[in-house]
Design a protein around this ligand. Structure first.
Ligand SMILES: Nc1ncnc2c1ncn2[C@@H]1O[C@H](COP(=O)(O)OP(=O)(O)OP(=O)(O)O)[C@@H](O)[C@H]1O
Ligand SMILES: [Mg+2]
Length: 350
């Protein structure tokens, strides 16, 4: 019982009288260290604690079983989501009643569910996007090529010349948006290769050189030469870096500084790498920060579609990593990507 792969505990009334090793670990406690059973309460996530304690006390008062989902918050900040079931031992007629409880770790399940429902949304959006692309692309090509041909018919001083140029510019913009939507919604096959992050960063900086010079920005790269090569889809990771650095450039003020750092950081058993892009630009207000990864969320930049970060998140999560963004208005923004160094699934057969 002590080594069962789920938490087992007993209570007398609401007081815990026994807890197996797994349950200790679940709560973020050292299983080898005997702790005062009551400390469990304090490791329930503050947002869940009051509710769980009150509901369980109510169940105990009525000698009823109790089932709930709550979170444990560990000292290091990690959160475990738990399905908890507590059953009164009916044949024991002592007061307060005794309970046996089971805590099952559903953190991974919960994360998978969130990801799945996002995947479902994406699949629907993919169909819509394919429809849009089909409906818009052909007429767009027609409008664009006709406007281009007509341009020759009017003298540059003719106001209609400027009108036609405007039409051309707008059709190009629409075409770009349609392409981005299709790009966002398509399912990406991963083609992982070993790639050097240093080379990738060089290429990205070179591609964005015009925008960097126009604002007189300095880009500092702090990528140790000993950095292990990353196994990932090179084009996709490059796209992520391009999007993120482009955002940093957009947000920076004249003569601003942007830093790109990378270092190795394992997560559990997995070796991994952190890539961080920090700018000292305008920052993101709190209410906007919660939405930056949503498709079409944009603060209305001249060329923005609002798909950049949404695409980044898809790519990084497809690689089994995650992407986070922290920001303070007036101080700057930091985007932190964690990626596993190896893509394990490709070795799995069948
Ligand atoms: N480094 C940053 N500094 C300040 N704001 C940022 C930064 N990165 C992202 N944002 C905010 O998040 C929004 C969404 O970013 P995202 O890259 O998804 O779209 P976009 O840059 O507006 O358009 P797109 O990337 O499709 O051209 C931006 O419009 C901006 O408001
Ligand atoms: Mg962007």
């Amino acid at each position: 019982m002590d080594n069962a792969p789920f938490g087992i505990f007993t209570t007398k009334g609401t007081d815990i009288t026994f807890s197996n090793r797994y349950n200790q670990t679940l709560a973020g406690l050292d299983p080898d260290h005997v702790t005062d059973p009551d400390t469990f309460r304090q490791w329930i996530h503050p947002e869940d604690r009051e509710r769980v304690l009150a509901e369980f006390a109510q169940a105990v008062a009525n000698v009823q079983p109790y089932e709930t989902v709550f979170r444990f918050l560990h000292v290091n900040g990690s959160v475990r989501k738990v399905l908890s079931r507590r059953i009164p031992l009916k044949n024991v007629t002592i007061h307060p009643p005794m309970y046996i409880g089971f805590n099952i770790d559903i953190t991974a399940l919960d994360q998978m569910q969130t990801r799945l429902s996002r995947a479902e949304r994406l699949a629907t959006l993919g169909q819509v996007a394919a429809g849009i692309a089909h409906e818009i692309r052909n007429p767009l090509v027609g409008i664009g090529s006709n406007a281009f041909l007509l341009l020759d018919e009017f003298d540059a001083s003719d106001p209609r010349h400027a009108d036609l140029e405007m039409i051309l510019k707008e059709t190009k913009r629409l075409d770009r948006i349609v392409n981005q939507i299709v790009d966002y919604a398509r399912t990406r096959e991963l083609a992982p290769v070993l790639c050097s992050l240093n080379d990738l960063a060089d290429e990205v900086v070179k591609l964005l050189d015009a925008a960097i010079s126009a604002k007189h920005l300095t880009i500092t790269r702090s990528l140790p030469p000993t950095l292990t090569r990353l196994q990932a889809d090179r084009d996709q990771i490059k796209q992520v870096l391009l999007n993120v650095v482009q955002n940093a450039i957009d947000a920076s003020l004249d003569r601003g500084a942007i830093t790109v750092t990378a270092f190795e950081l394992p997560r559990g058993q997995q070796t991994g790498i952190v890539i961080k892009v920090t700018d000292h630009g305008v920052g993101i207000p709190d209410d906007a920060l919660a939405h930056v990864f949503e498709p079409f969320f944009t603060s209305g930049k001249r060329q923005g579609t609002g798909l950049g970060l949404a695409i980044c998140r898809n790519i990084i999560e497809n690689h089994g990593g995650d992407i986070q963004i922290t920001s303070e208005v007036g101080t700057g923004t930091s985007v932190r990507v964690w990626l596993p160094l190896r893509q394990e699934f490709q070795f799995v057969e069948g």
